[in-house]
Write a protein that binds this ligand. Sequence first.
Ligand code: SF4
Ligand code: SF4
Length: 124
Amino acid sequence: MTKIGIIRCEKNEHACPLTNCFKCLTGTKQGFAGYEDCELAGVFTCRCPGDNVAELARILKAKGAEAIHFPTCTFAHKRKDGWELGDGFCPDMQRLMEQAGQSTGLPCVKGTAHLPEGYTPEAL
Ligand code: SF4
Ligand code: SF4
């Protein structure tokens, strides 16, 4: 059982309650398809400019997280016929991923639900 921490973006904190993120996590689908089984360790909300991500990641690790995922909407956008890479909420995902990874040593993964076609989640 792999414990997952999620760091979501403040830009849609009032629009999406992570419904599909959680559905995919509990069903080990989409961004979680690589795990045999997983459960949620906790969720934090990143706030611009994201300077607290390292600390949020450290706390998630202390709460048991073994990997940290960033929701698909941070790096992809919704179109009529599905999701497409680019134009997500966050222009700075690479830096956030690096900070979260360096502060914890945990794999940090871009992707949770509704992955863009052809996209395979990348762990840093
Ligand atoms: S990836 Fe989808 S389900 Fe998860 S927070 Fe973003 S919009 Fe909501
Ligand atoms: S730094 Fe990126 S992920 Fe964090 S709140 Fe701002 S846009 Fe969202």
